[in-house]
Design a protein around this ligand. Structure first.
Ligand SMILES: [Zn+2]
Length: 145
């Protein structure tokens, strides 16, 4: 017989409960009271219920099981937030560098445009001086004063 098909033995002391999501019947040793577990069927995370008649000693364990789980979840959340913050800080640095590059290239372009503009002014002035000379040459009349 396949191992997975073998009948599972439960103890009377086990905690029996249902998955709140898929209603699968679950059983766990009493020492697991208060633990966070994952439903083997649907993957829902749930806390093992703590029976009212639980041995006081086990009840203490159950509470600390819950606390430990809560602390682990918080630590996980803190770690995730830290990673997220580091990622954001990295993005910010990248964006700042990109902005500096763009600003530099922008000011370089402005310089270039200014140089082109000056050249154009020089050319325009030269044209302005040449045109009357050409007109004079064509009309054959000296420029009057
Ligand atoms: Zn389930």
């Amino acid at each position: 017989m396949d191992q997975s098909l073998a009948p599972i033995e439960f103890a009377d002391s086990d905690i029996f409960f249902e998955c709140p999501s898929c209603a699968k019947g679950l059983a766990i040793d009493r020492r697991g009271a208060g633990l966070m577990i994952t439903c083997p069927d649907c993957g829902t995370r749930m806390q093992v219920p703590v029976p009212d008649d639980l041995d006081p000693k086990l009840k203490k364990t159950a509470v600390s099981n819950g606390h430990d789980e809560h602390i682990r979840a918080l630590q996980h959340a803190v770690a995730a937030t830290k990673t997220q913050a580091e990622t954001l800080a990295g993005d910010l640095t990248t964006l700042r560098r990109r902005r500096q590059k763009l600003e530099k290239s922008h000011s370089e372009n402005l310089d270039r445009f200014e140089q082109i503009h000056q050249q154009l002014v020089l050319i325009q002035n030269a044209i302005d001086r040449i045109i009357p000379l050409i007109q004079d040459a064509v009309s054959g009349e000296p420029e009057g004063d």
